[in-house]
Write a protein that binds this ligand. Structure first.
Ligand code: TNX
Length: 645
């Protein structure tokens, strides 16, 4: 029996960027301090960086590889003596490493009997660099003299308040014919986000009376009238009143925490309504699993930012996360990763079985909470591409005649549902049947991104369909697949959502869909001009997996560039759009892809405060980074990790 080697074995990785006359090099170093000689083993790694298929590798050979999982073997008879180090040089990766989160974040040994041993894995260093790794939300100090007297994010349409009183101990909402649900939702929201702060209190505990009354306001607008001994919120809907309470709660927290800098007013008025109808955030729970409580807290944060859509990315190549009764193997196999399993360790998951999925009861609770706080949960099942996990769970959906591989951009082989395999439609429809029961949203997002151009090239079933339709390539087949899905969703009363690529090869019925433009804003504008309703989510500014700056010490990805909070904040999503194009704008959203989120503190650094920057763009007609910077430090993050803590 082999001892637990965790303490004695260390994997370190080092990146040397390409320079004049020097090739890029990714070096893996395994050091043996176990006191025993190691033989007959292989090294498994997982983390965002991908060893290229045609990479020259010095010191090892690749035994198996799938996307960013790679198993490397030393030469036959190799012995790693006590105190010795095994060095492997990989001379080509699919893309260069630009930040410390890019390299292997998990390493493990595979022994001759097939068992595995975890080992300590040190985050990647760049050659010659120090070990500083930035994590945690950047700290935004409240200035001595903030440019505005009250703390509110996103900034309202019109603020005309005056007077000043000591921040009350809490708020005591008083519903009338309207406002019961808003008051309850506000209580749950503040309890989740700021437990122990007592933001809601009865009058006898010093709660400040807040009357909730019916009046104008539209779907999400509200007004607040201040008096010395009470405030009144006027709204037309429960959501409007909730947003009024959120504004008051933010004012209260600011005045309480920074009593010199911010006021709790005693007179005047705030008038508010959103600029855009769709103010969303996408969350990828497929690359990384987020527990039910984390998702609910994230939803609470959305509401606190007056964001109203969660685009919930529930499946991808790396996993499947929704319980489906008709196909228990989807979660039985697809929700888990591990060595020797249908889905191997990926993106830093280890050799042991890890993952998770949302049971129907979980989804019911999550969607119920979201609805209460004004957040519409739009589910996404990503199809026909990004389906490796689903196809591993239900291999019968592959065409048995397909005999050659094609690869996705993330290097997954044959990862697309096959439009020529008729059984696919029955399975997908059964999944939709169950999911429409779980998600009351008008929208159902079907993915449609990144199908490789040569998808299904060797599939007889796909080629038969190509012949029938008189088409070539992948796009028309994908369009045909999506059109069938859309017809089914329409019959269920749903509008079909998809990424921009759903417009390729024939497109969708524009009256019953919306598309998310992600490559740049020009594409969103073009889709709007073609008559598609669009949500604008350009990767250059709204992809929160992109690092905050070019600095190596920052965490995150870089394929679409870098975006500081200031850049995300100042970004104009619909500059130059015509009135007709604007007529097709639903709104904007952040996208949170989870490949780099190996550490919760990385999530906090990447997502905050950029999420609030995007929220303010969706809500306010009056933006000012200086004001935003002074206020955003009061906004919550997901895990409570701040830079330097
Ligand atoms: C592209 S954006 C993807 C995702 C990745 C993301 C990483 C889109 C629709 N597809 O699969 O996670 O880039 O930034």
């Amino acid at each position: 029996m082999v001892a637990d080697w965790y303490d004695g074995l260390t994997l370190a990785t080092e990146w040397r960027p390409a320079a004049e006359g020097v090739a890029a090099r990714y070096r893996l170093m395994l050091t043996n301090d176990t006191g025993e000689a190691l033989r007959d083993f292989r090294l498994g790694i997982s983390g965002p960086a991908r060893v290229s298929d045609d990479a020259e590798i010095v010191g090892a050979k690749v035994v198996t590889q799938l996307s960013n999982f790679c198993e490397l073997a030393p030469e036959r008879g190799f012995v790693l003596a006590p105190g010795a180090r095994w060095t492997i040089d990989v001379l080509k990766l699919d893309y260069p490493i630009r930040h410390w989160t890019d390299g292997a974040t998990t390493g493990f040994l595979v022994l001759a009997d097939g068992t595995t041993r975890s080992l300590r894995t040190v985050p990647t260093r760049r050659e010659g660099s120090d070990t500083l790794r930035k994590k945690g939300t950047a700290i935004y100090e409240v200035p001595e003299h903030p440019p505005v007297p009250v703390s509110i994010v996103p900034w309202p349409q019109d603020v005309a308040v005056s007077g000043r009183r000591t921040a009350p101990a809490g708020l005591a909402p008083i519903p009338s014919a309207i406002g019961k649900s808003a008051a309850t939702a506000f209580g749950k929201l503040t309890e989740k986000l700021f437990p122990g702060e007592g933001l809601v209190r009865p009058a006898h505990e010093g709660g400040f009376p807040v009357e909730l009354v019916a009046g104008a306001g539209g779907k999400e607008g509200y007004a607040i009238e201040f008096a010395a001994d009470r405030a009144r919120i006027i709204g037309e809907t429960e959501t409007g009143l909730l947003y009024g309470l959120i504004t008051l709660g933010q004012i209260l927290r600011g005045a309480r925490i920074h009593l010199r800098q911010f006021n709790f007013p005693t007179s005047g008025r705030i008038e508010d309504a959103p600029a855009m109808a769709w103010r969303g955030s996408h969350l990828d729970v497929a690359r990384r699993y987020y527990a039910k409580d984390e998702v609910e807290r994230f939803i609470a944060i959305l509401a606190w930012n007056k964001l109203n859509v969660l685009h919930w990315h529930l499946s991808d190549d790396e996993s499947w996360r929704v319980e489906i009764d008709a196909y228990p193997q989807l979660t039985g196999k697809g929700a888990w990763r591990g060595y020797g399993m249908p889905v191997p360790p990926l993106l830093g998951s280890g050799p042991e079985r890890t993952g998770g999925y949302y049971s129907k009861a979980d989804i019911h609770a999550i969607v119920g909470f979201a609805t209460e706080v004004g957040v519409d949960v739009v589910p996404e099942i990503d199809m026909p591409g990004h389906c490796y996990a689903m196809l591993q769970a239900i291999p019968a959906l592959r065409d048995p005649g397909e005999n050659a591989p094609y690869y996705s951009i993330q290097s997954f082989p044959n990862n697309c549902l096959n439009p020529g395999v008729e059984a696919t439609y029955g399975v997908v429809e059964a999944i939709i049947d169950e999911m429409v029961e779980l998600f009351p949203s008008r929208y159902f997002h079907v993915g449609a991104d990144e199908v490789p151009e040569d998808a299904w090239h060797s599939s007889p079933a796909a080629n038969k369909l190509r012949k029938e339709l008189g088409v070539t390539g992948a796009a028309p087949l994908q369009a045909r697949f999506l059109q069938r899905l859309q017809a089914y969703l329409t019959s269920k009363g749903k509008l079909t959502g998809a990424w921009e690529e759903a417009s390729h090869g024939g497109g969708l019925d524009r009256a019953n869909c919306y598309l998310v433009g992600w490559k740049d804003t020009a594409i969103s504008q073009k889709l709007a001009a073609e008559g598609y309703d669009v949500v604008v989510a350009p990767a250059q500014a709204y992809y929160l997996d992109m690092a905050n700056s070019e600095d190596w010490h920052e965490c995150g990805a870089a394929w679409a560039g870098w975006s500081s909070p200031e850049k995300s904040y100042g970004f104009e999503p619909i500059a130059g759009w015509s009135a007709v194009e604007r007529g097709h704008l639903l709104g904007i959203q952040a996208c949170i892809w989870s490949e780099p989120m190996t550490d919760r503190a990385v999530f906090d650094r990447l997502v905050f405060p950029r999420l609030s920057a995007i929220a303010e763009t969706g809500w306010s007609s009056n933006r000012d980074f200086n004001r935003f910077k002074a206020l955003v430090g009061l906004m919550p993050n997901l895990y409570g990790r701040y830079e330097g803590f």
